[in-house]
Ligand binder design. Structure first.
Ligand code: EPU
Length: 424
């Protein structure tokens, strides 16, 4: 398992480009299984999660190739309806196979994904949605078994205790596009990644109204065809770069940072008096050389609220604000694995139920720390840039799951960072 050795204190300077969105690619790779025609995907990031997803669709029977950097071609002439545990356990997002297999084969057996370090991640809403579409759904031998012979359009309320569901919406949309009749999904996820998937499905011939809003109306069609689709830029990577640049007191132009997808995060940064400006529609420039951060209160919520996938990064940045910040997690109330590690670097953070109370400004000091999930790892890198001395972040395979070439990009901006290869 590789580690990242980071020497804090370097001021980042230059330009960085955001890659394609991981959380759009995963359902989009699954969506290619809805047709026997070829789909061409562009602006696909080079991430281990994407490679896993490519392996998974290949195992399901698709022909998969990666003819050029960022380009993937997928054609699923033949398709198995069974996604075994060995495949699904590689990555939770493989639950996104459920919708396409159900729609195309009218039957599916997808292993339940199992536990996750960021908290309970049930799939009851995915099952509720499929049942509403007239499918028989049983849990047997650890599998979600779907019989979709009688599938047809329906009115579905897809909200749960924590609001809408991102991959749940993806699954029900992917099932409904081939279900006879009209489906209306209420409280659908509005995340830009779901809108991007809907755009791709429309390119394949699906009829979807309301993408990006909480009400989706889908008119089922009998067949979908191939398409070419360019994946949208990753808003979470963009937000992470803003936090990295701020923590390193940098002057950085972040290309591919779309203001329209970062509204709630930018609002928090404005309140924190973090000095950034938007440049055109798709770049943000930050000059943090003389920044004095103010503390903030922020609460994670489904889009367009503050994203849970930027909560850890904000916690790390707020250790550098002058005063007490309160960051509350309403999507995954246990998603605070970064807190004890940040405290090992000198942060003053206490947990109070689903909130982290961060007293700043603290002098951080480099230490050996352990990455536990993707966004917690990003928080540790942010803290390492602000810290005095060296931080060794181990288990960075988590970072490689979601950040395309983060060590190279950091080094190009002037960070003192070295990937230490571990033969194990
Ligand atoms: N939930 C239910 N029942 C369900 C599904 C979800 O109660 O059937 C709850 C979850 O427990 C959670 C909330 O609803 O409290 C939202 O979960 P959601 O289903 O939206 O999460 P997800 O689709 O499994 C995606 C992203 C996550 C991101 C969340 C929230 C992908 C592949 N994953 O997960 O991304 O945190 O939405 O925005 O899109 C990451 O990139 O680091 C990551 C974890």
């Amino acid at each position: 398992m590789d580690s990242l050795l980071i020497k804090g204190g370097a001021h980042l300077e230059g330009e960085v480009s955001v890659a394609g969105a991981k959380n759009a690619c995963l359902p989009i790779f699954a969506a290619t299984l809805l047709t026997d025609q070829k789909c061409v995907l562009k602006n696909v990031p080079e991430l281990s999660d994407v490679r896993f997803m490519a392996e998974i669709v290949a195992e399901m029977g698709a022909e998969v190739s990666n003819p050029a950097k960022g380009v993937w071609e997928i054609q699923a002439k033949n398709l198995s309806h069974v996604a075994p545990y060995d495949l699904v356990r590689k990555m939770r997002a493989s639950i996104c196979l459920l919708g396409p297999l159900t729609a195309r084969l009218r039957k599916a057996e997808v292993s339940l994904p199992g536990g996750c370090v960021i908290g309970a991640r049930p799939v009851d809403l995915h099952i509720k949605g499929l049942r509403a579409l007239g499918c028989g759904v049983e849990i047997e031998r650890g599998f979600i078994c779907v019989d979709a012979k009688k599938m047809r359009g329906a009115q579905i309320y897809l909200g749960g205790r924590f609001g809408s569901t991102v991959t749940g919406t993806a699954n029900i949309v992917m099932a409904a596009v081939l279900a006879p009749g009209t489906t209306v999904i209420e409280n659908a996820a509005c995340e830009p990644e779901i809108t991007d998937m809907c755009k791709m499905l429309s390119g394949m011939g699906a009829i979807i109204d309301g993408a990006g809003s909480p009400t989706l109306t889908i008119t089922g069609v009998s067949k979908l065809g191939g398409t070419e689709h360019t994946v949208l830029p990753d808003r979470i990577e963009a937000g992470t770069w803003i936090a990295l640049a701020a923590a390193a007191r940098g002057k950085v132009l972040i290309k591919g940072a779309q203001k329209k997808h970062l509204g709630s995060f930018l609002d928090v940064l404005e309140r924190a008096e973090c000095p950034f400006e938007t440049r055109g529609n798709s770049s943000i420039f930050i000059d943090a050389s003389s920044m004095r951060l103010k503390p903030v209160e922020a609460t994670t919520l489904p889009y367009p609220g503050f994203p849970t996938d930027l909560q850890a990064q904000l916690c790390a940045l707020m250790t550098q604000a002058n005063g007490i910040s309160v960051i509350t997690e309403r999507i995954y109330p246990e998603r605070f694995m970064h807190v004890p590690e940040l405290c090992r670097m000198g942060a003053n953070i206490v947990r109070e139920g689903p909130s982290a109370i961060i007293s700043g400004k603290t002098k951080l000091s480099g230490a050996p720390v352990m990455a536990s999930d993707l966004r917690a790892s990003a928080a540790l890198v942010i803290a390492a840039l602000a810290a005095k001395g060296e931080t060794l972040v181990s288990r960075i395979y988590h970072l490689d799951r979601g950040y395309d070439s983060i060590d190279r990009k950091l080094a190009e901006l002037g960070a003192k960072v070295e990937r230490i290869k571990n033969p194990d």
